[in-house]
Design a protein around this ligand. Structure first.
Ligand SMILES: NCc1[nH]cc(CCC(=O)O)c1CC(=O)O
Length: 270
């Protein structure tokens, strides 16, 4: 079926001036959207993961951009995509470890990671309370980079940037202090994000926190850069893909969160 709605011109009217009129009902409004992510993601989730699970996939972190709201309501909406995806994953893949990203930026209309003051800075107490609420509904927490993911998720900040709540890239000491603080607050894992440009911080985390797992998130921009360079003939995708993950492991990570996982499952079984 064509997805171009039929347009019936009124007698004597100029056809080019007529918009399809079927957007008065919530469902027909939804049909006007470029992406209908939730149901579509859910229907594709199990068939997408099945071959990967067979190929050794051990853990996933579902991320689903959803409706935007000042408090990120859909983050823990029982009929939101994540809340529906988790039981579906547990049912079909009982041994899969499911990690959760409890940040609010995918769910807030402004694309920032918490609840904001009028001046656009993060209002910490209600943000922490809201993130705790979301965390209680789904099992972990990350208050976290501009990049391809944010475009895909429609969660690029609508204004301002994250500088007031993300660490400055050149501040190694500050990163070390943050690791110490997070451990003192009970963190049971340290995740460094992005990974490749922060290998020294991964190593610092390994030294400062030898008793907790150290993980690293190779973000969408890192993945896209490697793909773009390989496509431009700069280097071989597989060779540099492997080297990128080797470097993260060498720095001290025990776990890597990466979009290369499906490729790796194949590369490792070659
Ligand atoms: N909700 C935070 C979060 N969790 C995962 C990503 C995706 C990161 C990426 O792959 O670019 C993001 C957004 C961000 O860091 O900007």
């Amino acid at each position: 079926m064509s997805n171009i709605p039929p347009t019936v011109p009124l007698p004597g009217s100029d056809i080019s001036s007529i918009l399809h009129g079927g957007y008065h009902h919530p469902t027909s409004r939804l049909w006007q959207a470029e992406r209908m992510r939730s149901k579509d993601c859910l229907n594709k989730l199990v068939p997408f993961l099945k071959p990967l699970y067979k190929n050794g996939l051990a853990s996933v972190i579902p991320l689903a951009p959803e409706a935007k709201h000042p408090y990120g309501t859909s983050a823990n909406d029982p009929v939101g995509p994540i809340m529906q995806a988790i039981p579906l994953l547990k049912k079909h893949f009982p041994n899969l470890f499911i990690a959760c990203d409890v940040c609010l930026c995918e769910y807030t209309y402004h694309g920032h990671c918490g609840i904001l003051h009028k001046d656009g800075t993060i209002n910490n107490p209600p943000s922490v309370k809201r993130i705790a609420e979301v965390a209680c509904n789904s099992p972990s927490k990350v208050l976290t980079v501009q990049g391809p993911f944010r475009n895909a998720a429609g969660s690029a900040p609508a204004f301002g940037d994250r500088k007031h709540y993300q660490l400055p890239p050149a501040g190694r000491g500050l990163a070390r202090r943050a690791i110490t603080r997070d451990l003192a607050e009970g963190a049971d894992c340290i995740l460094v994000k992005p990974a490749t440009a922060y290998l020294d911080i991964i190593r610092d985390a390994k030294v400062i926190a030898p008793d907790v797992p150290i993980s690293a998130y190779q973000v969408s921009a890192e993945f896209a850069m490697i793909h773009a360079a390989a496509k431009a003939g700069v280097f071989d995708l597989k060779r540099v893909g492997k080297e990128s993950l080797d470097s993260i492991l060498r720095a001290g990570a025990n776990m890597i969160l990466t979009y290369f996982t499906p490729d790796f499952l194949d590369w490792l079984s070659e």
